[in-house]
Design a protein around this ligand. Sequence first.
Ligand code: ZN
Length: 114
Amino acid sequence: MPKKRRNRGRNLKNSGHEKTVQCYKCHRLVPADKAIKVTVWTSPIQGSVAKDLEKKGAYVSKRLETRYYCISCAIFYGIVSPRKEEERKVRSPLQRPLTGRRTSSKVPLKFLKI
Ligand SMILES: [Zn+2]
């Protein structure tokens, strides 16, 4: 039977079983190697209010939150998108475009504060 993907949409590297994680949106239990992992900085205060407070000099706390999405939700919310059949066969890792200060500034990398 032909397979759609070589790894069947999973990252199960000879481990046999992976722990399950809960989808952030629909609370479905998904194997951790199949789920889409996204880390975002979140604040308990909403965006516009937090910006106003920061302008006034207040410290707004932030924390790094790890979210897992099931494949259905990740596609629905635009986190990942399905690729064409030929593109799925490409084995090279996906390249992320360079953004931020590194591309825009002409300061050598060793002088930048990361
Ligand atoms: Zn979901």
